[in-house]
Structure formats: structure tokens, C-alpha cells
Ligand binder design. Structure first.
Ligand SMILES: *Cc1c(COP(=O)(O)O)cnc(C)c1O
Length: 392
């Protein structure tokens, strides 16, 4: 019987029943750059840490198991992972990419990959007719679901059907859901991306990135590329991710519970004109999420009545931190316009609905009473100041 995901976050099946590493339960950090050979023409299995390192290999196997892939690649950041993946494409290749992606991915595609001759069609994969954009030189479809920050949901199975019909690689950035809630490879994707900086490590203390695949041809190309370009994750950072991953399940459950309650609270606030959380039944992607994921995650985006209100929240939060990033135990609030999406051209931002009164929350695992308590205080103070302003 296939193992449950909480078990897979803690144990690597193939390592069990052995007492290697003195029986250490925490996987050792092999802080070494190179490896001595037992003899001429012989190897311990490791030759040089750019190619592979035991701690990294262990982490890669764990992540591959979580996404039901045949192999995973641990890179020094999420962007290093996406950059490495893009090395699979060449001048003249065309990629269909969703327009509402992580800002760094958009920046990479349009400032680096396009310069190198890769063409992109930036479309709304959740609403546009994706198949009509397929051309003779199209090689891949690149999506995130739900998207960042507007939480648009794309039907992964539908994208996989289009990809199969035209022999394209379907790439899904699964950072927002983590393998705990969603497994794109099981739904027909060929490649999964993770910013391991987020939920997988979960403590806002390290950068990491992953590529996972279930295709041998892609695996072979990526092994060659990681060895050649050299952005493999360092042993200590691998260990931090391994340690964080052990609690992935309980962190995801708790932060999702908190997010549901915060979404409900925000819906009651006069100053909040829209709460975008896929767990709400009125979210347009709610039904698709139910079919392709095991949860709705802990990311939510809101529109406020004004830019001033949004900025005042950022000024006033204390325990909730005004910071970029997501997926950690701490609750964070982000201002997409000047932070994550600052480099996205204004017209794309506006088309996606990101305005100066948009805020994004990454809900953490604090006690819900404390989170809502802080929001209540912040909202009440802003309303009070608004009223004072009107009087004077
Ligand atoms: C953060 C993030 C990335 C980039 O990852 P880094 O680890 O910051 O390089 C890519 N995709 C998504 C969805 C992200 O949230």
C-alpha cells in the first residue's frame, strides 16, 4: 500500500531497516566538496559535490517521493530551479505561460530567456483558449495554480490533455499548495517546480528550489544541466529543508485552518471590498480545486476600499509582519505592487487585477485568536483615524 504523505515527509522508505550513519535519525550533513576514491576506476558513488552530495541526494529522494516523481533536483533557490529548467529550451522555442505568475518568473522569462531567443505567450490559462496559442515551435505550458497573488485556479488535467495532444511539456509551479495539498504529476503534468523556501522548509530561514519530474528523458537532461551549471543546494541548506519538511503536514493543516477563519473575518469588514481565497464557495476556482487538490492552502488576497487603507494596515501590523515571501510558520502580509510584482509591467499587473489597494496574506500557524485580535485592533484604529480626519 502506498504510504501516507505525513509518513513520507519523515521517512525515506528505501533507507529503512538499515543502521547506516550510526543509526542517526537526523540525516547527516555531508559538508564536503570532494570524495576520495577507493582505487583507480572506483568511486564511493560520490565524486564531487557539484554533481551530487549525500545530503542533497537524500533530500531529492524525499521530495521526489512526496510528488510521486522519479527524480527531484534540489537547487539553491526557487529561481535557480526555474532558471535551470529553462536551460532545457533553445532559441526559437515557444512557451505558453500564464500571465499571473510569481513576479520573479515573469522577470526571468522576459528579461533573460527572451534575450536568449525563447518566445513566450503570456496568457490567462484559466480563462483563455490555451490550445489556440499552440504553434509549431511550442514546447511547453507553464502554470501556477492557484496563481500568485490573484488566486486564479487552472484545471491541471485540462492543461495536461492539451499538452499531451501537442507533445508539450506541462510545467506546474506547485509552491502555493505544497505536495501536501496537490500533486500535479498525478494529474498529468510532466514537471513540478517548488520554491522550497516556502512551505517545504517552512520556517523562513533558508532559500531552496526543486524541480521534480516523472519522465526519464527530462531527468537525464536535468542531471546533465545541474552538473554543468552548478546551482545545487548546499548540504546545510538541504538539512534545513529536511528538518522543516518533517512537519509539513501539521503546518499545512494548521495554517489552512487559520486562513479559513481569517478569510471569514475579512469578509465581514466594511473596508474589505473583496476576499480572494479558493476555500470560499463563491471563489470561481473552488470546484476545480476540490477536484484536483486536497485542500485550499493558506494564501489569501484582499482588495481594500482604498490605497490608504492598505498602506495603513502595512504600517500598523506588529506580530503579523510586513514582509515578502510566504509559506512559513509566521503570518506575513505583502504589498504585491511594490514587492513581489514590482517588476511586472503595469499593464499586466492591472489586467491581472493587482492594484494599489491589494494585499496578500500568507497565514501562519499562530493562535487564531491572536491573529484576529491583531487584525481587529489594526482595522479599528484605521477606522478611528479616518473618522477623526473627517471631523477636523
Ligand atoms: C517564491 C516563489 C518562487 C521563487 O522562489 P525563491 O526560492 O524565492 O527563488 C517561485 N514561484 C513561486 C510561486 C514563489 O512563491
Amino acid at each position: 500500500m502506498a504510504r501516507g504523505i505525513d509518513t513520507k515527509c519523515i521517512h525515506l522508505e528505501e533507507d529503512e531497516g538499515q543502521c547506516s550513519h550510526y543509526g542517526a535519525l537526523s540525516y547527516p550533513i555531508y559538508q564536503t566538496a570532494t570524495y576520495a576514491h577507493p582505487g583507480v576506476g572506483q568511486s564511493t558513488g560520490f565524486d564531487y559535490s557539484r554533481l551530487q552530495n549525500p545530503t542533497r541526494e537524500h533530500l531529492e529522494k524525499m521530495v521526489a517521493a512526496l510528488e510521486n516523481g522519479i527524480d527531484a533536483f534540489a537547487l539553491s533557490s526557487g529561481m535557480a530551479a526555474i532558471s535551470l529548467l529553462m536551460e532545457m529550451f533553445r532559441q526559437g522555442d515557444h512557451i505558453i505561460a500564464d500571465s499571473d505568475l510569481y513576479g520573479g518568473s515573469i522577470r526571468l522569462f522576459h528579461n533573460v530567456n527572451e534575450k536568449n531567443g525563447v518566445e513566450f505567450s503570456s496568457i490567462d490559462c484559466c480563462r483563455d483558449d490555451v490550445e489556440s496559442y499552440v504553434k509549431e515551435n511550442t514546447k511547453a505550458i507553464y502554470i501556477e495554480t492557484p496563481t500568485n497573488p490573484m488566486m486564479n485556479v487552472t484545471d491541471i488535467r485540462k492543461m495536461a490533455d492539451i499538452a499531451k495532444r501537442h507533445n508539450l511539456i506541462l510545467i506546474v509551479d506547485n509552491t502555493f499548495m505544497s505536495p501536501y495539498f496537490q500533486n500535479p504529476l498525478d494529474l498529468g503534468a510532466d514537471v513540478v517546480i517548488h520554491s522550497g523556501t516556502k512551505y517545504l522548509s517552512g520556517h523562513n530561514d533558508t532559500l531552496a528550489g526543486f524541480i521534480v519530474t516523472n519522465r526519464e528523458d527530462i531527468q537525464e537532461k536535468l542531471r546533465f544541466l545541474i552538473k554543468t551549471t552548478g546551482a545545487g543546494l548546499a548540504p546545510f541548506d538541504c538539512w534545513l529543508v529536511l528538518r522543516g519538511m518533517k512537519t509539513l503536514g501539521i503546518r499545512m493543516e494548521r495554517s489552512q485552518e487559520n486562513a479559513e477563519q481569517i478569510a471569514a473575518w475579512l469578509q465581514q469588514q466594511k473596508a474589505v471590498t473583496r476576499v480572494i481565497y479558493p476555500g470560499l464557495p463563491d471563489h470561481p476556482g473552488h470546484e476545480i480545486m476540490k477536484k484536483q487538490a486536497r485542500g485550499f492552502g493558506a494564501m489569501l488576497t484582499i482588495q481594500l476600499e482604498s490605497k490608504e487603507f492598505a498602506l495603513a494596515i502595512l504600517e500598523k501590523v506588529r506580530m503579523i509582519r510586513f514582509a515578502e515571501s510566504l509559506g512559513g510558520v509566521e503570518t506575513l502580509v505583502t504589498y504585491p505592487t511594490t514587492q513581489t510584482h514590482a517588476d511586472v509591467p503595469k499593464e499586466i499587473r492591472e489586467r491581472n487585477g493587482i492594484t494599489e489597494s491589494t494585499l496578500r496574506f500568507s497565514v501562519g500557524i499562530e493562535n487564531i485568536e491572536d491573529l484576529i485580535g491583531e487584525l481587529e485592533k489594526v482595522f479599528a484604529e484605521i477606522e478611528e483615524e479616518k473618522n477623526d480626519g473627517k471631523k477636523s
